[in-house]
Ligand binder design. Structure first.
Ligand code: AMP
Length: 421
């Protein structure tokens, strides 16, 4: 028989048992936090019609041009794409199921996203995002709430080394005027542009501003700024947002270069950045997308949202030594020796579970010493020991494996009572 060892797809990570506690902790924290603000969960398919992303994210963007996992379903010829982000899916879902007839909606999602990027620390081809979308809110109070709630999350997680950057990219009309100024400017410096930027010069010059090419940094720095030419409504919106952030005591920096890599944004855009992750410094990004619901077939509906990367969040939590992530071991590990003890151990483990405890039963024999080693490695808080003596006396020994406390021998009922207190 020939054998072959397979590897996970490059840039796509397995999450191993030693890592999954941290994931579960983060996910549970996120769920509690989102519920505190009245957000409700949605789960959409990981595959969507390709057109959904092309239309919403924009044809001339990094994601659509070169990062999407798109394929034709050979069974019916449909073009499908593994979702590279979930705002478009959320809006599609809200429009399809008429959620907005019932009024504005606060929605959240969590799950894997897929982008064919060059894998490196903090940048993967399958990664996880948690995002919130406030559909039907004009703001700027809604924008401020989203930003303040993310600040609250950093507090909950004990994260200090994060800072907020905000910008306004104005209305569609003012971006079109700005676009002409940008084309003028970049045309005057056409010789300095790279291939990507030359292609985007006429198709989508705003995208040149978020080029990752360091050789373009100075040129981009000198480009006309949208913030200097905002339409009145966007300028007023931006002012009010800043007033709200100030009154909440939240510090921020206006970054006029912040445009975000997706076409559906307008007015407010923001990012939370950290110095702890090297080049992949953005933890969370979001903004307003007032045109998207209508663009995807719904009634005109203002909206805003954000998405954060869970791999980056976990890396930052580790890196910053913020609040330690609690380890999740079972409550009890049951060890036993001898035939009679084995039977008693089965029953004891079951009784412990019926009483609400997580109880792992040792399987496969071995000396007490080696079984207790396993018990310790399981990170259980206590071991319940059943040997011949205990079985004869109708008792168990309860041994604390973490912290202080002496071993005691008592009835199983007494042990359960003890563990409950
Ligand atoms: P975006 O949808 O591009 O605005 O990204 C929102 C957040 O998702 C970023 O701030 C990152 O934390 C995370 N993210 C985006 N792309 C990747 C990736 N390729 N690998 C890991 N995290 C990512």
């Amino acid at each position: 028989m020939s054998t072959q060892k397979f590897q996970a797809v490059r840039g796509m990570n397995d999450i191993l048992p030693d890592e999954s506690d941290a994931w579960a902790f983060l996910e549970a924290t996120l769920r509690r936090w989102l519920a505190q603000y009245g957000y409700r969960e949605v789960r959409s398919p990981i595959l969507e019609p390709t057109g959904l992303f092309v239309r919403s994210i924009g044809e001339v963007t990094d994601i659509v041009e070169k990062e999407m996992y798109t394929f034709v379903d050979s069974l019916n010829g449909e073009s499908l794409t593994l979702r590279p982000e979930a705002t478009a899916s959320c809006v599609r879902l809200a429009v399809q199921h008429n959620l907005l007839y019932a009024g504005p909606q606060r929605l959240w999602y969590m799950g894997p996203m897929f982008r064919h990027e060059r894998p490196q620390k903090g940048r993967y081809r399958q990664f996880h995002q948690c995002g919130a979308e406030a559909l039907g809110f004009e703001g700027p109070d809604a924008d401020a709430e989203l930003i303040l709630m993310t600040a609250r999350l950093w507090d909950l997680l004990g994260l200090k080394e994060v800072s907020l950057e905000i910008n306004s990219i104005g209305s569609l009309e003012c971006r079109q005027q700005h676009r002409r100024r940008l084309v003028d400017y970049f045309e005057r410096h056409a010789a300095m542009l790279d291939e990507d930027s030359k292609r985007r010069l006429h198709a989508n010059p705003l995208r040149i501003l978020d080029s990752k090419n360091p050789a373009l940094a100075d040129l981009i720095d000198g480009a006309p700024r949208l913030t200097d030419a905002l339409d009145d409504a966007s300028a007023a919106h931006f002012e009010s947002l800043q007033a709200l952030l100030k009154s909440a005591g939240l510090g921020y920096r206006i970054n006029p270069r912040l445009v975000r890599g997706l076409d559906y944004y307008n007015a407010t855009v923001f990012e939370w950045v950290t110095p702890l992750l090297g080049a992949q410094s953005t933890l969370c990004g979001g903004g307003r997308y007032d045109g998207l619901v209508e663009q995807l077939g719904g009634k005109p509906t203002p909206a805003c949202g954000f998405a954060m990367g869970l791999e980056r969040l976990l890396a930052v939590l580790q890196e910053s030594g913020a609040r330690p992530i609690p380890e999740q071991g079972p409550d009890v590990y049951v060890v036993h020796q001898g035939e009679a003890a084995q039977e008693a151990a089965f029953l004891a483990a079951d009784a412990l579970r019926a009483a609400g405890f997580a109880a792992v039963l040792h399987c496969g024999g071995g000396s007490f010493k080696s079984q207790l080693k396993r018990a310790d490695a399981s990170r259980a808080a206590h071991a319940v020991i059943l040997g011949e003596d205990e079985v004869r006396a109708g008792q168990v020994s309860l041994k604390p494996l973490r912290g202080q406390g002496a071993q005691q021998t008592l009835s199983l009922e007494q042990a359960i009572q003890f563990l409950k207190t």
